[in-house]
Design a protein around this ligand. Structure first.
Ligand code: NAP
Length: 484
C-alpha cells in the first residue's frame, strides 16, 4: 500500500499526567504508532511530567511497558520502539508547585511547535495554564490540549473556559472529544457533504426520525466513584452523542475549516428544544442492588445516577422541525454497538396495495463494531405471486471496501494529537460549543433532580428499561434492535 502519511512540523510535546492511565493506554502508544508510521519528525520530543520523582530511564521503562501492553504485537517493532523511547524525557513537576519548571523550560525548544497535553484532573488545568505563562515556558507556537470532562454543568464549564482564556487564546486551546477523532465519525461529514445523493432528502420533509445509539456491554465497576458523579447524561450525551447529533443535523459549512464547521454545530445545539420529563427515560442496571448491580459497582446503595438514558430530542429549525431525534446510551446492554439510523418517510402515494409488504427506507451508519453503511431499500420479492415487495440491505463494510487502508487507519487519539501539532482545530470543541451543550443539558438534569425521579431498573444483557421502548411505541415507532 502506498503510504499516505504526511509528516507534521517539528514539535515538543509535554504530557502533564504522563504516568497516568490515559497517557499509558492512549497518548503514548498513539505517539509511538505515529512515529512507526513515519509521521513524527526526527527531532520531535515527548516529555512526561507528573509529581513522582522518576528518572528519564524510569519513564522510558514505563512507556516501554505501556507499548507492550497496549500496542498490538504486529505493530511492535523493536527498532522503532527503541527510537521512540530515545525521544522521551521526564520532569518531576507538581502542577500547583514551583519546582521542576526551570528544568522543563530548559528542555523546551522555543522555535518548534509546543504542545502541552493536560492529562490530569480538570481541577489542575488552571494551575498548569498559569504556570506555563508565569514561568515563561509557553512560546508563540504553544497550544494546550484538555481532556474531558469539560465541566459538570454550565457554571463550571464557564469557569474553566475563563481560567484557560486568562492564559491562552481560544485558537491555542484544544478540547478533546475523542469521538470526533474516530474515522467513522469523520466519515459522517464525508458521506453528507461529498455526495449529492443524500442532501436533497436530508430534512424533515423526507426524514421521519433519527435514532442514535451508543450501547456498551461493560458496567462501571473499577471506575464507579468517577462514573457515579456523572451518569450517562453527562458522560455520553452532553459530549459524544451531542457531537454525533450535530454532525447529522448541521447545515453544510461553507468550507471544511475549523470555525466554519464549529459555527454550524453550534447553531444546531442552540436550536435544541428543552426536553420535557415525558421524553426522558433513565435506567440503572439491576437497580434493586445486589451482586453485579450498578449500586454495588459504585459502592453507593442510595445512588440515583443513571447508567442508561433515552431521550426524544427536537430541533427547532427549518430543516428539522417535525423530525425527532431519539438518543439512547447505556452500560451493560446486550451488545457493544454504536450506530446512527436515519429512517425516511413513506412515499407520498403508494401504487402498490397494502399487502405488498412495504417498509421504510433506512440508512444505517455503523460506528462500531464493523464500521460501515447500510441502506435498506425495497425491491420486488422474486418469483410468482404478484407484486410483493421485500426489503434488502445495500451493505458496505468499510473494512471490506477499503482493506488495509481501513485497518491501518490511526485511532482517534493518534489522529487528534497529530491535528494538534498541525494546528487544526476542526475536530476539537470550541468553548462556546461546550457552553451551549451544557446550557441545554443543565435544565434536563435539574428537572429530574427537582422531581426526585429515580432511574428505572433494567436487566444486564437487555436493551434497557421497558419505558424506553414506550418512548418510541407511543409515537408509533420502534427502536432498532441491539443485536448480540
Ligand atoms: P490518573 O491515572 O489518575 O493519572 C493522573 C496523572 O496526573 C498521573 O500521572 C499523576 O501522577 C498526575 N498528577 C496528579 N496530580 C498531579 C499534580 N498535582 N501535578 C502534576 N501531575 C499530577 O488519571 P487518568 O485516568 O490518566 O486521567 C487523566 C485525565 O484524563 C483526567 O482529567 C480524566 O478525566 C481524563 N480522561 C481519562 C480517560 C481514561 O481513559 N483514563 C478518558 C477520558 C478522559 P503523580 O501522582 O505522580 O503526580
Amino acid at each position: 500500500m502506498v503510504s499516505r502519511v504526511i509528516p507534521v512540523d517539528d514539535f515538543d510535546l509535554v504530557i502533564f499526567g504522563g504516568t497516568g492511565d490515559l497517557a499509558r493506554r492512549k497518548i503514548l502508544p498513539g505517539l509511538y504508532l505515529r512515529a512507526l508510521a513515519g509521521q513524527v519528525p526526527p527531532d520531535a520530543r515527548v516529555i512526561g511530567a507528573a509529581r513522582a520523582e522518576n528518572t528519564d530511564e524510569e519513564f522510558r521503562a514505563l512507556v516501554a511497558e505501556a507499548i507492550e501492553e497496549f500496542v498490538p504485537a504486529a505493530r511492535r517493532d523493536p527498532e522503532a520502539i527503541a527510537a521512540f523511547l530515545s525521544r522521551l524525557s521526564y520532569v518531576a513537576i507538581d502542577a500547583t508547585g514551583d519546582s521542576g519548571w526551570p528544568r522543563l523550560k530548559a528542555l523546551m525548544r522555543p522555535d518548534v511547535v509546543q504542545a502541552f497535553y493536560f492529562s490530569v484532573a480538570p481541577s489542575l488545568f488552571g494551575a498548569l495554564a498559569e504556570r506555563l505563562n508565569t514561568q515563561n515556558i509557553a512560546g508563540p507556537q504553544a497550544r494546550i490540549v484538555v481532556e474531558k470532562p469539560f465541566g459538570r454543568d454550565l457554571a463550571s464549564a464557564r469557569a474553566l473556559n475563563a481560567t484557560l482564556a486568562a492564559h491562552f487564546d481560544e485558537s491555542q486551546i484544544y478540547r478533546i472529544d475523542h469521538y470526533l477523532g474516530k474515522e467513522t465519525v469523520q466519515n459522517l461529514m464525508a458521506v453528507r457533504f461529498a455526495n449529492i445523493l443524500f442532501e436533497p432528502l436530508w430534512k424533515s420533509e423526507y426524514v421521519d426520525h433519527v435514532q442514535i445509539t451508543v450501547a456498551e456491554t461493560v458496567g462501571v465497576a473499577g471506575r464507579g466513584a468517577y462514573y457515579d458523579k456523572s451518569g450517562a447524561m453527562r458522560d455520553m450525551v452532553q459530549n459524544h452523542m451531542m457531537q454525533l447529533l450535530c454532525l447529522i443535523a448541521m447545515e453544510p459549512p461553507y468550507h471544511f475549516d475549523p470555525n466554519a464547521v464549529r459555527d454550524e454545530k453550534l447553531k444546531v445545539i442552540r436550536a435544541l428544544d428543552p426536553v420535557p420529563a415525558q421524553d426522558i427515560v433513565r435506567g440503572q442496571y439491576l437497580a434493586g442492588g445486589g451482586e453485579g448491580s450498578y449500586l454495588a459497582d459504585v459502592e453507593n446503595p442510595a445512588s440515583t445516577t443513571e447508567s442508561y438514558i433515552a431521550l426524544k430530542v427536537a430541533i427547532s429549525n427549518w430543516r428539522w422541525k417535525g423530525t425527532p431525534f431519539y438518543l439512547r446510551t447505556g452500560k451493560r446492554l446486550r451488545a457493544r454497538e454504536s450506530e446512527i439510523a436515519i429512517t425516511f418517510r413513506e412515499p407520498p402515494h403508494s401504487i402498490f396495495d397494502d399487502a405488498s409488504g412495504w417498509k421504510e427506507n433506512v440508512l444505517v451508519i455503523r460506528l462500531q463494531p464493523d464500521e460501515g453503511m447500510n441502506m435498506k431499500v425495497m425491491i420486488k420479492d422474486p418469483g410468482p405471486g404478484g407484486m410483493r415487495l421485500v426489503q434488502v440491505p445495500l451493505d458496505m463494510s468499510y473494512a471490506e471496501a477499503l482493506g488495509d487502508a481501513h485497518d491501518d487507519a490511526p485511532d482517534a487519539y493518534e489522529r487528534l494529537i497529530m491535528d494538534v501539532i498541525r494546528g487544526n482545530q476542526t475536530l476539537f470543541m470550541r468553548g462556546d460549543e461546550v457552553e451551549a451543550a451544557w446550557a441545554w443539558t443543565d435544565p434536563i438534569i435539574e428537572g429530574w433532580e427537582t422531581r426526585g425521579d429515580r432511574p428505572q431498573p433494567y436487566d444486564p444483557g437487555t436493551s434497557g428499561p421497558e419505558d424506553a421502548l414506550m418512548l418510541m411505541h407511543r409515537d408509533g415507532r420502534r427502536w432498532r434492535e441491539i443485536k448480540s
